[in-house]
Design a protein around this ligand. Structure first.
Ligand SMILES: NC(=O)C1=CN([C@@H]2O[C@H](COP(=O)(O)OP(=O)(O)OC[C@H]3O[C@@H](n4cnc5c(N)ncnc54)[C@H](OP(=O)(O)O)[C@@H]3O)[C@@H](O)[C@H]2O)[C@@H](O)CC1
Ligand SMILES: [K+]
Length: 549
C-alpha cells in the first residue's frame, strides 16, 4: 500500500517524530540533504567522479535549509559550489539558519530580497558552465504564487537543458503545490525530484508528474516511528479517512467457486439502432473481467444489429420501463451499467429513474470482508450500478434524478462531465490557484462523492476515486505507468464495463472502481501504442497471467 501525503500530514509526521525524542529537526534536515545527494549520484553515477560544478538556489524556508546541507555535502565531496539565498537570512527558520551558517563558514552566498523582487539583470548571475542546478527555493510551504524569480529561471530552463545542466527539485519543483499538483505562478521543472519519507499527493495530480519528471523517495529514518503513517494509532491530526492511497495491484481477483452465476450477471443497457458499439465495448469488458454472464438490453429495433455482433454476450429487448422491471425480476442480475451510447431521450430518462429506484428494497449487505461482498446472487435484489457517459448528462439536467443516486452507484465522469454534474466544484477547481495549498482534484472528487452519495471516479491520467466517507485513491497513469495512448475513443466505455464486471463479481463499489481503473491502465500498458478500445478487454487475459491468476 503506497500512501501519499499532503504537506500538512508530512509536517504532522515530522513533528511527531521530533516530539518522540528520537530525532531532532536538524538531524532530519541533514538526512534530507544526504538523501538528495545519494539520489542524485544514483541517478547520474557519472557525477560521482571527476570535477563538477553545482548552482544551489535556496529559499526562505526549510526547503532552503535542505539546499544549504546539499551545498555543504557537495563541497565536501570536491564540487565547485555556487549558492544563492532568495530571502532574508535573519528570518530563516532555526534549522535552516544553522545550515545557512554552516555553509557560510565554507563559501559565499549571493542573497536576494523577496520584496521587492530582484531585477532580471541582477538575478542568477550563473557561472558560465555548470552541471547541476539544485532547486531548494520552495517546498511544501508554498503559500502564494510568485513569479519574479521563477519566471527568470523558467525562461532560462530550456537553455540549461540544452547546455546539459541537470535540474534537481528538493521535495517538489518550486512553484508546484505539494497537495494539488497545481502551479502557483510558475514553476521550475525538474529532471529529478527527490522527496522525503513518502511521495506527496501533488506529485501525482495535475501538472505534478509533468514537472516532477521522476521521483526518488529518500528515507529520512522516521519509517519505524509509531506515527509515520496517516491514521496510525494516536497519529497526526488527519482522520484515517483522509489518507490518500495510490491504487496498486488488486488482491481480490481470484475466482469464486461455483457455476457461472456465482460470478454474477451484469446487465448493460444500450442505445438504439447504430448506437450499440459503446455498450458492446462495455459488455465485452465486463465479460472478460470475469462476470459470469453479461446481457445487453437494447430497444427492440436494435436487436438484429446487436445479434449480428454478439456471441457469448446475451441479448434481450428493453423497450421500456415495464420490460426492464420484468428483466430485473431475475435476482441473479446484480450489476448494471447505463450510459455508454445510451441516449438522452425520454425512454432513457425513465429507464434511469427505474434502475435507481429498483435498488434492493431494504436489503443492506452489511459489513463485508475488505474489498468484496458475499458471492453475487447470495443477496437477491442487490444491484450495483455504473453510471457513465450519456447518463451523466441526464443526471446533470435533472435534479430529481440526481437525488435518487445512492451508495451502490459508481459515477465515472471525465473533466467535461464532471463540470456538468458539479459546476460549482469544477469552477473552484479550474480557477487559477492563488493560495497554497490549492484546492485539488482530490478535494473536488471527495466533495462530489459526498454530495452525490456515490463513489466518484474522476477520470484522467490522474484518476481520482473517492467515496462519500472520504476514502480516496489515485490511479496514476503517469511516470512509469504512463499510457497516453489510452486516450482513445471507447476507452471509457471499456472502463465502465470493467467496473460493472467487478461489481457483478461481488466487489464493493469503491474496490471495483479502483481495481477496474488499475486493470484498465495495465491493459493499455501491456498492449502499448496503437491501442484501440477493442484491444483493452482482449489484453486482460495477458494481464491476469502476469498477475499469476
Ligand atoms: N516536513 C519534514 O518532515 C521535513 C521537511 N523538510 C523540508 O522542509 C520543507 C518545508 O519547509 P517549510 O515549511 O519551511 O516550507 P518552504 O517551502 O521551505 O518555505 C516556506 C517559506 O516560504 C515562504 N513563501 C511561501 N510562498 C512564497 C512565495 N510565493 N513567495 C515568497 N515567499 C513564499 C513562506 O512565507 P509565509 O507564507 O510564511 O509568509 C515561508 O517563509 C520541505 O519541503 C522539505 O524540503 C526536510 O528538511 C525534511 C523534513
Ligand atoms: K524545491
Amino acid at each position: 500500500m503506497t500512501e501519499l501525503l499532503t504537506a500538512a500530514q508530512m509536517r504532522a509526521i515530522e513533528q511527531a517524530a521530533i516530539e518522540s525524542g528520537n530525532v531532532a529537526g536538524l538531524e532530519l534536515m541533514e538526512r534530507a540533504g544526504q538523501g538528495a545527494v545519494g539520489a542524485i549520484l544514483a541517478e547520474w553515477p557519472e557525477l560521482g567522479v571527476g570535477e563538477h560544478r553545482v548552482v544551489v538556489l535556496c529559499g526562505p524556508g526549510n526547503n532552503g535549509g535542505d539546499g544549504f546541507v546539499i551545498a555543504r555535502l557537495l563541497k565536501e565531496a570536491g564540487w565547485e559550489v555556487d549558492v544563492s539565498l532568495y530571502g532574508d537570512a535573519g528570518n530563516l527558520p532555526p534549522d535552516a539558519k544553522v545550515n545557512y551558517e554552516r555553509w557560510a563558514a565554507m563559501g559565499a552566498i549571493r542573497a536576494y530580497r523577496i520584496d521587492p523582487p530582484p531585477l532580471v539583470d541582477d538575478y542568477l548571475k550563473l557561472p558560465d558552465r555548470f552541471d547541476l542546478l539544485i532547486d531548494a527555493v520552495f517546498g511544501s510551504g508554498l503559500t502564494r504564487p510568485f513569479t519574479g524569480l521563477f519566471t527568470i529561471i523558467a525562461l532560462g530552463r530550456e537553455r540549461l537543458t540544452e547546455a546539459g545542466v541537470k535540474c534537481v527539485a528538493v521535495d517538489v519543483p518550486s512553484g508546484l503545490c505539494a497537495d494539488s499538483g497545481r502551479v502557483l505562478g510558475c514553476v521550475i521543472p525538474a529532471d529529478l525530484t527527490v522527496t522525503f519519507h513518502r511521495q506527496k499527493v501533488g506529485h501525482f495530480l495535475n501538472q505534478g508528474p509533468e514537472v516532477s519528471t521522476k521521483i526518488s523517495v529518500a528515507d529520512i529514518g522516521i519509517e519505524g516511528s509509531p506515527r509515520s503513517r496517516v491514521g496510525a494509532v494516536g497519529g497526526c491530526p488527519a482522520a484515517p479517512g483522509d489518507a490518500i492511497q495510490l491504487v496498486e495491484t488488486p488482491r481480490q481477483l481470484d475466482k469464486f467457486n461455483g457455476h457461472k452465476y456465482s460470478h454474477g450477471h451484469a446487465l448493460i443497457l444500450s442505445g438504439g439502432v447504430g448506437k450499440g458499439g459503446a455498450a458492446r465495448l462495455s459488455a465485452r469488458g465486463a465479460l472478460r473481467i470475469g462476470a459470469g454472464a453479461v446481457t445487453i438490453g437494447c430497444p427492440p429495433a436494435a436487436l438484429i444489429e446487436n445479434a449480428a455482433q454478439l456471441t457469448a454476450i446475451m441479448l434481450t429487448a428493453v423497450k421500456d420501463v415495464y420490460a426492464l422491471n420484468d428483466i430485473l425480476k431475475d435476482d441473479r442480475i446484480n450489476a448494471l451499467c447505463l450510459g455508454p451510447g445510451f441516449g438522452v431521450g425520454d425512454r432513457e430518462k425513465a429507464l434511469l429513474a427505474a434502475v435507481l429506484e429498483h435498488r434492493s428494497p431494504g436489503r443492506d449487505p452489511g459489513p463485508q470482508p475488505a474489498g468484496q461482498s458475499q458471492g453475487p446472487g447470495s443477496r437477491p435484489g442487490l444491484r450495483r450500478i455504473v453510471l457513465d457517459a450519456d447518463v451523466l448528462s441526464l443526471l446533470a439536467q435533472d435534479e430529481s434524478l440526481f437525488a435518487k443516486l445512492h451508495k451502490d452507484c459508481v459515477l465515472t465522469p471525465h473533466g467535461g462531465e464532471f463540470a456538468r454534474l458539479f459546476p460549482d466544484i469544477a469552477e473552484r477547481l479550474n480557477q487559477p490557484a492563488s493560495t497554497g495549498p490549492a484546492y485539488s482534484k482530490v478535494d473536488a472528487t471527495r466533495d462530489a462523492a459526498k454530495r452525490s452519495g456515490c463513489v466518484i471516479l474522476f477520470k484522467g491520467p490522474d484518476t481520482v476515486i473517492a467515496d462519500p466517507s472520504g476514502r480516496c485513491s489515485i490511479n496514476a497513469a503517469v511516470y512509469e505507468r504512463s499510457a497516453h495512448w489510452l486516450a482513445t475513443a471507447g476507452s471509457g466505455d471499456v472502463l465502465a464495463g470493467f467496473i460493472t464486471g467487478l461489481l457483478a463479481r461481488g466487489f464493493d463499489p469503491m474496490h471495483a472502481a479502483k481495481a477496474g481503473a488499475w486493470l484498465h491502465t495495465e491493459c493499455a500498458r501491456s498492449f502499448g501504442p496503437g491501442l484501440i478500445a477493442e484491444d483493452l478487454p482482449e489484453e486482460l487475459p495477458k494481464v491476469f497471467r502476469t498477475l499469476g491468476l
